[in-house]
Design a protein around this ligand. Structure first.
Ligand code: ZN
Ligand code: ZN
Length: 410
């Protein structure tokens, strides 16, 4: 069994039509691992069929990434192609849509000095700002999907021959992405309607904070002033309704960067920058992580938290029921796009401006005053399970059940 070409083509079509929802005459910029070429080719076909004016793919390669760590001079680890990100930023401000293909080997850099990886990560995040700002601010329609590369598949299904693992990972991606059945576009419309019901209820409650209780977790998480819950397809500022993540099972909003207190323990490993960090446990005081441990990848975790001031505070809180299809599949993907959609999660770093009322018009300082965190990183990590209860706390101190045993309580 290898990758089913029909499934690959349908994934490409759904990504173009439902994911990014490419506009007539719009440009599309794609970034992808070079191994994802078969998927990118199908995306390009569907993009031109949908009326794209120009599709520009940009490829990366794991071996090339590793060669830098093996042979690069010290100064190489603070270098980043600012010119490339400025060009991408210009493309977005001129109206281009963005598509990213994920699927790199989660363990690509596991043997590399974490300090070097952190330096490269920081230099890249700073240089990437012109390209990331329109995405984080939802100025343009964008979408992320996944391609089952061989090394990734081998990590997810270590007991299978690699070709079989790749086919199986493709099937898992396909199922998680709700593409099966006769009408994936309708599937997605129904799924979005379901997410919007949860969004509406949460917005109607106007909670001041959420209280999480579970094994190793006792957390009071304040919500930002004027926070808005979001989920499913939404219009970007250019007016195009897109589905940024495929799959997506989350409803999410902006936590208050200075009002988070207590402890929280991760429920899944976190694949980050080519390493896997396991059993994360952190303690917050007034929104800041003051203590952080991990059974594996502790150095990577500490380097991540030190990236900048906002890296040890959170910018996103998301709710995902334990019964989500990804969670039910029992597959641990070692890829945040999937694992975060199998579990309640929080994200270290940058907030999404559009999860605060009128946030897209606010300066970074104004966002921060409302509790919106600022950082060059945004890293989601999973802390939900069937053993976690969540209550909403209203401004008057009333306690309202939100989740019980990992499932919606309303
Ligand atoms: Zn999320
Ligand atoms: Zn996130």
């Amino acid at each position: 069994m290898t990758i089913d070409p029909i499934k690959l083509d349908r994934l490409a079509e759904v990504a173009v039509r439902t994911g990014v929802n490419l506009g007539e005459g719009q440009e599309l910029v794609i970034t992808a691992p070079i191994e994802a070429l078969p998927l990118v080719r199908r995306i390009v076909v569907h993009a031109y069929k949908a009326g794209a004016s120009l599709v520009t793919p940009l490829f990366n390669d794991g071996e090339i990434t590793k060669a830098r760590y093996e042979h690069g001079a010290d100064a190489s680890f603070d270098a980043a192609p600012a010119w490339l990100f400025e060009g991408m930023g210009k493309a977005f401000s001129d109206g281009a849509a963005r598509m990213a293909i994920t699927g790199d080997d989660p363990m690509l850099l596991a043997e590399v000095d974490p300090k070097l990886v952190a330096r490269v990560g920081k230099a890249t995040s700073i240089a990437a700002k012109p390209a990331m700002t329109p995405i984080v601010g939802f100025a343009v329609n964008w979408n992320i999907i996944a391609y089952p590369t061989m090394d990734w598949a081998a990590q997810v299904f270590p007991d299978l021959p690699v070709e079989e693992a790749q086919g199986k990972l493709m099937d898992a991606i396909y199922d998680a992405s709700r593409i099966g059945g006769d009408d994936p576009v309708q599937n997605w419309a129904d799924h979005t309607a379901e997410l919007k019901k949860r969004v509406k209820w949460l917005n109607d409650q106007g909670f001041d904070a959420l209280q999480y209780t579970g094994p190793g977790t006792d957390l009071r998480l304040g919500l930002a002033e004027g926070h808005i819950w979001k989920g499913g397809a939404s219009p970007a500022l250019n007016g195009i309704v897109c589905q940024p993540n495929i799959p997506t099972e989350e409803v999410f909003t902006c936590p208050h960067a200075y009002k988070v207190d207590g402890t929280v323990t991760a429920t899944k490993p976190l694949a980050h920058q080519g390493s896997v960090i396991e059993d994360i446990s952190v303690r917050f005081e007034a929104g800041k992580i003051v203590d952080a441990t991990a059974s594996k990848g502790q150095e990577q975790l500490r380097a991540l938290l030190k990236t900048d001031d906002g890296a040890s505070r959170i910018g996103e809180v998301a709710l995902v029921p334990h019964s989500s299809p990804i969670s039910q599949s029992g597959v641990l993907f070692y890829n945040t796009l999937f694992d975060e959609n199998a579990s309640c999660h929080i994200a270290l770093g940058q907030c999404y401006a559009d999860t605060i009322e009128g946030g897209s018009e606010l300066s970074p300082e104004e966002l921060q005053q409302k509790g919106g965190n600022q950082s060059i990183i945004h890293v989601d990590w999973m802390m939900g399970s069937d053993a976690v209860d969540i209550d909403g706390i209203t401004l008057t101190g009333e306690v309202v059940p939100v989740m019980r045993g990992g499932e919606w309580a309303f």
